[in-house]
Ligand binder design. Structure first.
Ligand code: CO
Ligand code: CO
Ligand code: CO
Length: 351
């Protein structure tokens, strides 16, 4: 009998295989580049690297691939593409080209038409984003993995990074949270088709509204930006706090949540979420925060929304622009604010 696609992954809902702490250590061991054309690299925990050419736009480059999180191969391909593109959008960049990365079992693997459907789903999302597929590389592996390396361009004067959030900024999130919990619950037969459909609708949504925001808002309105993925809302907030030298204050009740995720959170937080809890300890959680909302804020997201630190005077307009961007899964939710750095080293407060 044919295996379901998610059975080719050893762990459900764990898009990132390395715990954040292990990854930090790996990267710390690499000597930093002294090349002044490198504008952003791995040292600031940003979403993509940026490299400056002699003139014109700078180059944005990123790579992301992971094990199947849904059984529908076409959907898995779509999610993988939207997720990889997300890191270019998070830098304020426009993606242009992609290279596919695929790991497939040498025997007892998914049927050829399943593999074709994965690639076709990815290609359809790349096309929707105006991105061309130039090629790729495939290896054999008992675990199916799929994703892309994406190259884009960005105006070197308008790069969005984790650094730059200022006290008084409003934090705006563009997709509801809970994809990790829903996907894991599904693996154990606990999320209905309807709940899964809600999560996948969010995951296939492109984060390209950032390009409209940059075009429509006054220059310098968006002070910092990242996409919320494997480290969850708390982890990525913590990275903004560290890079910007601020305290991030999150309002638990204001977090947008996918239908069903709160109810399933206690039992189905992926192990990546537990790793996030251990790693991001410079966090204070108020006693009044319901435990399921704390778990939602730790939940690792796949192809999550953008987290923006926006000048307070433009927050309402930003949310209105996000709401009018169209595409179904789009919205803008004010989830907290930015405060001056905490003398005791607290980076994120959830209350
Ligand atoms: Co990212
Ligand atoms: Co990434
Ligand atoms: Co896991």
């Amino acid at each position: 009998m044919a295996r379901r696609l998610t059975e080719y992954a050893d762990c459900a809902g764990c898009a990132s295989k390395l715990a954040a702490a292990e990854l930090d250590q790996l990267m710390d061991d690499l000597p930093p580049s002294a090349d002044e054309r490198v504008l952003v690299d791995y040292r600031t925990a940003d979403d993509a690297g940026v490299y400056r050419w002699a003139g014109g736009p700078a180059l944005v480059q990123t790579v992301d691939f992971f094990t199947p999180i849904v059984d529908d191969p076409y959907l898995f391909g779509q999610i993988a593409a939207a997720n990889a593109l997300g890191d270019v959008y998070a830098m304020g960049g426009t993606p242009r080209t992609a290279l596919a990365i695929a790991a497939l079992p040498s025997k007892d693997g998914p049927a050829p038409e399943v593999v074709r459907a994965i690639f076709r789903g990815g290609l359809d999302v790349l096309s929707r984003a105006g991105v061309v597929l130039l090629g790729g590389h495939t290896v054999t592996d008992p675990e199916v993995k799929f994703g892309y390396s994406v190259t884009g361009e960005v105006n070197p004067d308008r790069i969005l990074t984790n650094a730059g959030a200022r006290p008084g900024d409003v934090l705006i999130l563009t997709k509801p949270l809970g994809t990790g919990i829903i996907v894991r619950a599904r693996k154990y037969g606990r999320a209905t088709d309807e709940l899964l459909a809600g999560a996948t609708a969010a995951m296939v949504q492109l984060n390209d509204a950032i390009l409209s925001l940059l075009a429509d808002l006054p220059d310098g309105t968006i002070h910092a930006c990242t996409d919320v993925t494997g480290f969850g809302l708390i982890g990525h907030s913590s990275e903004i706090a560290a890079a910007s030298g601020v305290l991030i204050d999150l309002d638990a009740q204001a977090l947008p949540v996918l239908p069903g995720a709160l109810e399933l959170s206690a039992e189905y937080l992926p192990c990546g979420g537990r790793a996030n809890k251990r790693h991001f300890q410079s966090l204070v959680v108020a006693d009044s925060v319901p435990p399921e909302r704390h778990l939602i804020a730790l939940d690792p997201q796949t192809s999550g929304g953008l987290l923006l630190a926006v000048a307070p005077g433009e927050a309402r307009r930003t949310i209105a622009l996000l709401a009018s961007h169209g595409g179904g899964g789009w919205g803008g939710w004010a989830v907290g604010g930015v405060e001056p750095a905490d003398p005791a080293g607290i980076r994120v407060r959830l209350r």
